[in-house]
Design a protein around this ligand. Structure first.
Ligand SMILES: NC(=O)c1ccc[n+]([C@@H]2O[C@H](COP(=O)([O-])OP(=O)(O)OC[C@H]3O[C@@H](n4cnc5c(N)ncnc54)[C@H](OP(=O)(O)O)[C@@H]3O)[C@@H](O)[C@H]2O)c1
Length: 290
């Protein structure tokens, strides 16, 4: 199968390439090579390659910056997916688009989960722009699969776990405060890439959730990771109110892979098992990066 990946240099983009290239003919593009906000470029590349599937891993993911860089945020997260959907419709390709848990407002009582048909209500520019991206794809009515995921980490690029590691390794005596009242499902990009690969040959369409099983807070995620890494740390739990950020985050964004399970297509593992596997595989590389 011929597959195009946009946003190929991001965390998920890189893992999608390494997983999919074993089985498929993959064309991965960085933001410079394929700017998803440029319709002409999208059209030219799609017509040249004629992929069966386009996987959009491109997004403006700096959640706090989205509050001030609204134009860029909306161009990439809302208009970009629409341009890709038009391009896909033109060449009769399927668009697999990655969306986010931040389309929900997070007001469900803690440990209740969000299913695919729960009401959306984003509380940040990032969440609103990603929701608009979803709606734009549905409006174009190309063959599509929208995958909402959450709290991504991987070996490539920047993420919360790498930040925690860098801060703890720099000064283990310094006490860090980490939010302990936001709940979500920490998800390894490699596992999500495997899940996407599993879905490539399926008939599934529409909007689905794909996160690791189980849930944690950011505090639990950070302390579990540093313990697995054998890095000494001093971390205190804090509340969202103690750590104000420009963008609001949902308190509860635990997603349930209800449709994947219903279709017997779910291959996502528990977040702790994935995190242990990530550490087993990359501990040396992560320490070398410091
Ligand atoms: N990270 C998370 O915790 C999280 C949680 C839920 C959902 N998601 C979603 O999952 C997907 C993958 O996230 P990620 O963590 O892999 O993101 P990432 O590491 O920030 O990668 C995003 C990539 O998109 C590229 N990009 C930005 N603007 C572009 C444009 N106009 N055209 C083409 N490419 C562009 C970026 O390139 P440059 O660096 O060159 O700008 C970057 O390589 C995104 O849709 C994101 O919204 C992420």
């Amino acid at each position: 199968m011929k597959v195009i990946i946009s946003g190929g240099n991001g965390q998920l983009g890189q893992d999608c390439l390494s997983v999919l290239e074993k089985k498929h003919q993959v064309y991965s593009f960085s933001s410079r090579e394929l700017d998803i906000t440029n319709s002409e470029k999208v059209k030219t590349i799609f017509e040249e390659i004629l992929p069966e599937v386009v996987i959009n891993c491109a997004a403006y993911t700096a959640v706090d910056l989205c509050e001030t860089e609204k134009e860029k945020c909306w161009a990439v997260n809302a208009e970009g997916p629409e341009k890709l959907a038009r391009g896909c419709k033109h060449i009769k390709a399927k668009l697999i688009h990655i969306s986010t848990d931040y389309v929900f407002d997070g007001s469900k009582p803690i440990t209740q989960v969000y299913n695919e048909n729960d009401q959306v209500g984003p509380v940040s520019q990032y969440g609103q722009s990603k929701l608009a991206g979803e709606e734009n794809i549905r409006k174009i009515n190309a063959d599509h699969l929208i995958i909402r995921t959450a709290w991504l980490y991987g070996i490539s690029g920047k993420n919360f776990l790498k930040t925690m590691l860098r801060l703890a390794a720099a000064d283990s005596a310094r006490t860090l405060k980490v939010v302990n009242d936001q709940f979500g499902s920490l998800t390894w990009t490699h596992s999500l890439a495997r899940q996407i690969s599993h879905l490539l040959t399926s008939e599934i369409t529409g909007t689905i959730h794909a996160t690791a099983e189980g849930h944690s807070t950011w505090y639990e995620a950070a302390t579990t990771f540093l313990t697995m890494m054998d890095i000494p740390y001093s971390i205190e739990p804090c509340t969202t109110a103690d750590y104000p950020t420009p963008a609001r985050r949902p308190t509860n964004s635990i997603l349930e892979n209800q449709l994947l399970k219903h279709e017997k297509l779910n291959i996502m593992a528990h977040w702790r098992d994935d995190l242990q596997e990530f550490v087993n595989r990359y501990k040396k590389d992560l320490l070398a990066e410091l």
